[in-house]
Structure formats: C-alpha cells, structure tokens
Design a protein around this ligand. Structure first.
Ligand code: AHG
Ligand code: MN
Ligand code: MN
Length: 286
C-alpha cells in the first residue's frame, strides 16, 4: 500500500480553487484587454487582465488553510499568509495574446519550501489552457491528469498524460538573429525533421508538445543570456509537468528542476519536450 502523499489535502484544495477560478478568469478577460500604466517585476508592461487575475488568484489561494506563501510574476514580493506550502503563479501566461485573441494560460507550482525554491521542493504543478476548451493539466504524485473545465465542474479527459513517442512539432521563441550560433545550428536540424508551431503563449505551445511530441524552447539569446521566462513561475512548474509526462526539460545544461534558485524573479533559458530532442539540444550547446 503506497503511503498517502503528505500534501494531498492542500494540493487538492489548491487545484479546486484553480478549477473554480479558471472559468471566471476566462469570462473576466472580456473588457480587460488593455494595458495598465505599470510594469511587472521583470520590467514588462502589465495587462489589466494580468493584474486582475493575480488579485483573484491571491484572494482564492492565500486563504487556503495549509498555504503559507503566495507569489506571482506580477508582484515584487512574496505574500506571507500563514503556515504551509508556497504557491507560485503566473496568473496569465501569454497575455500579449489578449490583443490578437489567441490562446493563453495560467501556471501554478506548489513548493514545500520558502520561495524562491528549487524544483526538488516541488510537490505539484500544472497549468490551465484557455483554448477553444478550458483544460487543466495537473502533475502530482508521478502522474499528469488532464481535466476539461466548465463553470460548474471538472471532468477527467486523461488519467495519465504521456508525451507521444514520435515527435511532430517544434516552437522556438526570440528572434532568429538573436539566437546564439550553437542554438541556431540545432534549429537547422530540427526544422528539417519537425513542423513549426509557435503561438506566443508558452502554455499553448507546450500543450502542443505534450499532445503531439516535439520541442519548445525560449532559449538564451545574445541580447538576453538568461532568456525571457521565469524559473519560479514558468520554468520549474512546466519542467515538472513535462518530465512527469515522460519528457525532459533543460536550461541548456541540466534539468530545470535542478537549477539553483537565487532570486524570486530570476529568468532561465527554457527547453522542454521529447527526451531525444532535449538531449540533442544539450549536446549542441555543450
Ligand atoms: P507572460 O505573458 O506570462 O509574460 O508570458 C509570455 C511569455 C511566454 O508565454 C511566451 O512563450 C513568450 O513570452 C513569448 O515571447 P515573445 O512575445 O517574445 O514571442
Ligand atoms: Mn508567462
Ligand atoms: Mn504572465
């Protein structure tokens, strides 16, 4: 008999709160497609919906008994809210897609440690995808489960999500002239083998990788050696989901789960997908 996961109850409550919030976030995007006159801690312009979704999620998650910290990419500091696990959230991933009405997501990571925390402290992680259907993937206790969310309920569509064996698609962020030569050489190989799928919201692009197999990266750039995406709110949670689904993740050298956290909003080059392509990427950057 397998021992009950010690955080089962609080993880369930966090997932429940996200399931209730996702349809509300989706409805709340209407009328909040503009920008506010503020920047997030990463120095990026904030959308009205970024700020609003962050406030909604903080209200729902920080009040859960057993949640001790709440943090998001939209706010400078961690919110201390009692004793227990820490929840790190990207309230709206790909919010620049609001203007063009393309898919977006919400990302969460549950850490059994004070933030900033490492992948080895992760207890659960997942993401909501606001696509034609609102879906939620949760990686917990060595399994990834996929749900379809409606305003009333969540239905399981896949109890054990697994990346397919035969990779099909790829998507790489940043501008081509800004890619370091070794990454550009790797792309030359990949584009001969896979089909391009890149939509500007990591969650929508990563969900293509989880569904069809392949590789997604927002790599180190000549202009930004640490890339664009944030370790705590995007890198570790997505690395955990993809690795739990049978794929791999890397910052170019090691699993994203093994990257040392030094500060809450640190950026990290992010590469996730089918193990073969992540291994070839690390060899190319070596
Ligand atoms: P966020 O909206 O949370 O800042 O995330 C946007 C990220 C990520 O979702 C996506 O992969 C990337 O930015 C797209 O960047 P480009 O606009 O440079 O393609
Ligand atoms: Mn994001
Ligand atoms: Mn975001």
């Amino acid at each position: 008999m397998k021992a009950a996961e010690p955080h089962a109850e609080v993880v369930d409550e966090i997932v429940d709160a996200i399931c209730r919030s996702a349809p509300e976030i989706r409805r709340g995007l209407v009328g909040r497609r503009g920008m506010v006159d503020e920047e997030n801690p990463s120095g990026e312009a904030q959308a009205e919906a970024d700020v609003w979704a962050d406030e909604l999620l903080e209200d729902r998650l920080a009040s859960i008994d057993g949640v001790g910290q709440y943090a998001s990419e939209e706010r400078p500091a961690v919110v201390d809210c009692g004793e227990g696990v820490a929840v790190a959230v990207d309230p709206l991933d790909g919010s620049s897609n609001l203007k063009s009405n393309n898919a977006m997501g919400t990302i969460f990571g549950v850490y059994d440690a004070e933030l900033p925390a490492a992948g080895t402290d992760l207890v659960a992680a997942g993401y909501v995808l606001y696509g034609p259907i609102t879906t939620l993937l949760v990686a917990y206790d060595d399994t990834v489960v996929e749900y379809e969310l409606t305003s009333e309920d969540r239905g399981v569509v896949e109890r054990d999500v697994s990346i397919p064996d035969d990779p099909v698609v790829y998507g790489f962020g940043g501008r081509v002239p800004d890619w370091p030569d070794d990454f550009a050489d790797y792309v030359d190989e990949v584009e001969d083998e896979l089909k391009l799928r890149y939509g500007g919201a990591m969650i929508a692009d990563v969900n293509q990788i989880v569904t069809y197999g392949g590789i997604f990266a927002y790599p180190a750039l000549e202009s930004a050696p640490d890339g664009k995406l944030r370790l705590q709110f995007e890198g570790i949670p997505i690395g955990y989901v993809v690795e739990t689904a049978g794929g791999a993740s890397s910052d170019g050298t090691r699993s994203l789960l093994d990257v040392e956290p030094t500060e809450l909003h640190q950026r990290v080059p992010l590469h996730v997908g089918s193990t073969e392509y992540v291994e070839r990427l690390e060899a190319a950057l070596d």
